[in-house]
Structure formats: structure tokens, C-alpha cells
Design a protein around this ligand. Structure first.
Ligand SMILES: *[C@@H]1O[C@H](CO)[C@@H](O)[C@H](O)[C@H]1NC(C)=O
Ligand SMILES: *[C@@H]1O[C@H](CO)[C@@H](O)[C@H](O)[C@H]1NC(C)=O
Ligand SMILES: *[C@@H]1O[C@H](CO)[C@@H](O)[C@H](O)[C@H]1NC(C)=O
Ligand SMILES: *[C@@H]1O[C@H](CO)[C@@H](O)[C@H](O)[C@H]1NC(C)=O
Ligand SMILES: *[C@@H]1O[C@H](CO)[C@@H](O)[C@H](O)[C@H]1NC(C)=O
Ligand SMILES: *[C@@H]1O[C@H](CO)[C@@H](O)[C@H](O)[C@H]1NC(C)=O
Ligand SMILES: *[C@@H]1O[C@H](CO)[C@@H](O)[C@H](O)[C@H]1NC(C)=O
Ligand SMILES: *[C@@H]1O[C@H](CO)[C@@H](O)[C@H](O)[C@H]1NC(C)=O
Length: 415
């Protein structure tokens, strides 16, 4: 009963977010745009995409032996953005920077250029064609959801109205996007800590008292089977110094141990690895783990003032190998070592190593240009940088590039 109510609320939240975006869409004088949209959409996109995505199979074939994750950002307003925010009705309020008032757009125009090779480009049609009959599932936190929305936006532009569908899956924290003609499903499952916790509600999960059932993954993970591509991300919520681990062999449901976050992360990686090893058919399913992403809360790290953060930033950092101190390298090492152990057991999980490339992009966060779930106080309003979101990423933007990297791997393996 309680669950049903929560899910109802979640549904409402999703609808509310979509509606908010739609309202703003209208406010921005979009009636004309709509007329244009219906008349010209398909034709316009066809032309645009043919121009933008010339598949380069030379580069594609030479992917082996190239480190796609070591490189630099190059301004490229010819190829980017890959889509327009108003053309994607699925951008949640957290990521809809343009509709929430961000006026600069240069942050949408950067290409990731690996040293030594070219990132393969695929047309949306080609991607859908090659994924025909497949299901991709993103599992994780809000950064993972950021990436999932980006993937949907990248692919949905070429699908005409009426041949795509976005739905909440009944009774689970899952959203599913379907490209009907291609029989492709691109889904997102909310499990910010992978295992069960008091953060499992997709919208009502704020607390300073995080309690985790570190060995209980099945309740979520039973929904992760029969998938062709699994894409995990869980980092953000492990950054608190300590967390409470429920002792599940104790009858007292309130007995817990306090552990530091690194110990907790090691424990969850073990639970997750064991589950993946026993429950997934690795002939059918490709698995990926997205590495941690940078946050930009400390302006002093790139030469700003002490009270500055990502707010008002419009250019990437150009200093080679820039590293912001909030990125916990020790946690990255724990992830790497877990994936290596899985590999030794015969299970290949590819890490999409976006940590360094996100370090440079102080310009690409929503900052104050996003939906705020609770009303801002006068104190906050008088100091905008105090409520700037320097964790998530505007769409279109940096997550589109994570997906280009992910697709380079997914499609290579389907060859
Ligand atoms: C394709 O990629 C290769 C290797 O990076 C490059 O040499 C070539 O110029 C590219 N071709 C086109 C048409 O972009
Ligand atoms: C693209 O960027 C170049 C500079 O890199 C600028 O001269 C040009 O006006 C830009 N074009 C558009 C359409 O924004
Ligand atoms: C769609 O794909 C699924 C596998 O993901 C397959 O079981 C099903 O038969 C396909 N449906 C159609 C209509 O092709
Ligand atoms: C969802 O849960 C409700 C009650 O909790 C139940 O009646 C319904 O059958 C469930 N639906 C599915 C698809 O499992
Ligand atoms: C968990 O509770 C059981 C039973 O009370 C106890 O034997 C065990 O030592 C506890 N484990 C930890 C890690 O505290
Ligand atoms: C695993 O998946 C492959 C490819 O879909 C299939 O041929 C095989 O039968 C599956 N193995 C098991 C144990 O289900
Ligand atoms: C951000 O830019 C606005 C408008 O240019 C300015 O009023 C504000 O002081 C700037 N804030 C910070 C923290 O630099
Ligand atoms: C991922 O990137 C980080 C930062 O550049 C680097 O320290 C780490 O070694 C990389 N890991 C792998 C497995 O490539």
C-alpha cells in the first residue's frame, strides 16, 4: 500500500517534470515552433543527421589499441550539439538547462578528441538498426539517469511521433523508452547504491542518515536479467564519510554498524560482483560500469575565488590532467580492482573511464538553471552559488559524449 502510494507519487513527479518542461516550452513562444515541428521535423532531421553523422568506419576499425579516454576537448559547433533541447521531450527538469534559463550554449559544442585516434560516429538510424530487438538497461544513480536521458534524446530524434513510447514500469523503479519499429528498449532503473537502502525511492530519498542493506541486491537485481546491455554507475552516494550498514543476521532490525565509505564501497562491489557472476548470461549480456564523474564546487582549484563554483563558468579547463579534489581516486581504484577480480573469474565488465574527461568540464553543469524540487529560501536566493548544482550535467552536453564512447564499445562487439 505504502509502496503503491510512493510509486504513484513518483509517477506524478515524472509527469510533473515533463509538464513543467512543456509549459516552459509553450511560454517560450513555441506555437510557431510546433507548426514547424509537425511540418518539417522528419525532413529537417534527416538532412541534419546526414550532415552530422558521417560514419567513419576507418576510425571504427582502428579502435583497438587506442585509449579513447585519454584526449582533449575540441570546440566543434559544426557537429554539436547532437540534438536540440526543445526537440527532446524527455529531458527532466534536473538537466534542462536551456529551458530553465541558461542562455549561453557554447558548453554544448565540444567534441572529445582522443589522442591518437578518432571517436567513431554513428547515425541514430544506424545505432537503432544495429540494436534491433535489443534491450539496454541503465542501473544506478542520478548521474546514470542523466546518461540514460541523453541516450534516449540522441536516438529519439529520428523516430517519428507515435512510433516511440516512454513509460513507467508498474511496481518497480524503472522507466522504459521504446523505439517500436526497431523493437529497441532503453530503460533506467533507480538503485543509487545498487543494493537496498533508505534511498530507494526515486524522488523521496533525502536524509543525512543513510542506511544500507549491503548484502541485499536481489530485490533490485531480479529486474536486471534478460537484458542485452547493462550499464551501471554508482559513486555519488558513497561520497559521504560514513554510512550505516544494517546487520541482517540480527533479529533487531535497528542493529547496524557504522563503516567508512571506502569499506562500504568495497562491500557493495563484492555483493554486486557475486550477483553478476551467478545471475547473468555473459554470452548474451554485455556489461559496462561508468566510472566516477567530476564535480566542480571549488573555484579556487581552477584559479577562481574561494566562494566561486561552476556557476557562470562558460569554458572548459584547459590545464592538462586537471584533477578536482572532490574526485575520490581511492574509490576508482576499488572499482578497478573489483572489475579485475571479475575478469579473473571469466566475467568481462568494461569500464567506461570518463573520470578524466569530466574533470575539464566546469562549464557543463546546470548550476542554477534547473528545476529545484523545494522552494529556494531568501538566503539562497541572495547567494546563487550556494544552491548551484555542480554535480549533474546539462543536456545536450557532456553525457552525449559518454554515450558516444559507450556506443563505440557496444557496437564494436556486435560486429
Ligand atoms: C576517418 O578516420 C581516420 C582515422 O582517424 C582518418 O584518417 C580519416 O581522415 C577519417 N575520415 C573521414 C572521412 O573523416
Ligand atoms: C562556430 O564557432 C566559430 C569559432 O570557433 C565561430 O566563428 C562561428 O561563428 C560559430 N558558428 C556558429 C553557428 O555558432
Ligand atoms: C523484440 O525483441 C525481443 C527481444 O528483446 C524478442 O523477444 C521479441 O520477439 C521481439 N519482438 C518482435 C516483434 O520482433
Ligand atoms: C503491482 O502491485 C499491485 C499491488 O501492490 C498488484 O495488485 C499488481 O498486480 C502489481 N502489478 C504488476 C504488473 O505486478
Ligand atoms: C550481527 O548480529 C548477529 C546476531 O545478533 C551477531 O552474532 C553478529 O556478530 C552481528 N554482526 C556484526 C558484523 O555486528
Ligand atoms: C546464454 O546466451 C546464449 C546467447 O543468447 C545462448 O545461446 C545460451 O543458451 C545461453 N545460456 C544459458 C545457460 O542460458
Ligand atoms: C554570475 O553572473 C551574474 C550575471 O553576469 C552576476 O550578476 C553574478 O554576480 C555572477 N556570480 C558569480 C558567483 O560570479
Ligand atoms: C581511468 O582514468 C583515471 C584518470 O585518468 C586513471 O587514473 C585510471 O588509471 C584509468 N583507469 C583505467 C582502468 O583505465
Amino acid at each position: 500500500m505504502r509502496k503503491k502510494k510512493q510509486l504513484g507519487k513518483y509517477m506524478w513527479d515524472v509527469k510533473h517534470m515533463v509538464e513543467s518542461i512543456l509549459i516552459i516550452f509553450f511560454i517560450m513562444g513555441a506555437l510557431a515552433t510546433i507548426a514547424y515541428y509537425y511540418v518539417n521535423m522528419e525532413h529537417d532531421h534527416e538532412q541534419q543527421l546526414i550532415k552530422l553523422y558521417t560514419p567513419n568506419h576507418t576510425a571504427y576499425d582502428s579502435l583497438d589499441g587506442c585509449d579513447l579516454f585519454s584526449g582533449k576537448w575540441v570546440h566543434d559547433n559544426h557537429s554539436y550539439p547532437l540534438y536540440k533541447d526543445l526537440d527532446c521531450p524527455y529531458i527532466f527538469g534536473d538537466f534542462a538547462c536551456g529551458p530553465y534559463g541558461r542562455l549561453d550554449s557554447s558548453y554544448q559544442q565540444w567534441r572529445w578528441q582522443p589522442h591518437g585516434c578518432t571517436l567513431p560516429r554513428f547515425s541514430s538510424k544506424e545505432v537503432l538498426e544495429r540494436l534491433r530487438g535489443k534491450r539496454i538497461l541503465f542501473v544506478g544513480d542520478s548521474v546514470n539517469r542523466n546518461q540514460w536521458v541523453s541516450m534516449v534524446c540522441m536516438l529519439q530524434t529520428v523516430i517519428p511521433l507515435g512510433r516511440k513510447k516512454m513509460q513507467k514500469v508498474p511496481n518497480v523503479s524503472m522507466l522504459t523508452f521504446k523505439a517500436l519499429e526497431y523493437n529497441v528498449s532503453i530503460d533506467f532503473y533507480w538503485a543509487p547504491l545498487l543494493v537496498e537502502s533508505n534511498g530507494d525511492h526515486p524522488t523521496k530519498h533525502k536524509t543525512n542518515d543513510r542506511i544500507v542493506r549491503i548484502k541485499s541486491i536481489e530485490h533490485h537485481a531480479k529486474n536486471w536479467v534478460n537484458v542485452d546491455v547493462l550499464v551501471f554507475n554508482s559513486y555519488l552516494w558513497w561520497r559521504m564519510p560514513t554510512l550505516k550498514i544494517l546487520n541482517e543476521s540480527s533479529e533487531d532490525s535497528k542493529q547496524y554498524n557504522i563503516v567508512d565509505n571506502h569499506r562500504g564501497y568495497r562491500m557493495v562491489m563484492k555483493t554486486w560482483s557475486d550477483w553478476l557472476f551467478t545471475h547473468i548470461n555473459h554470452t548474451r549480456t554485455q556489461s559496462y560500469f561508468i566510472s566516477m564523474t567530476a564535480t566542480h564546487h571549488r573555484g579556487v582549484e581552477w584559479g577562481g575565488k574561494s566562494d566561486e563554483n561552476c556557476l557562470n563558468e562558460t569554458k572548459p579547463i584547459t590545464k592538462d590532467e586537471f584533477w578536482e579534489t572532490g574526485s575520490d581516486l581511492k574509490m576508482l581504484r576499488i572499482l578497478e580492482s573489483s572489475l579485475n577480480k571479475l575478469k579473473a573469474r571469466g566475467v568481462k565488465v568494461e569500464m567506461i573511464n570518463i573520470t578524466q574527461l569530466t574533470q575539464y568540464r566546469k562549464d557543463a553543469h546546470p548550476s542554477i538553471y534547473r528545476l529545484h524540487y523545494s522552494p529556494l529560501t531568501n538566503k539562497q536566493l541572495s547567494n546563487p552559488s550556494s544552491y548551484a548544482d555542480c554535480t549533474h550535467w546539462c543536456l545536450p552536453g557532456v553525457p552525449d559524449v559518454w554515450n558516444e564512447l559507450l556506443l563505440a564499445y557496444i557496437l564494436r562487439k556486435h560486429k
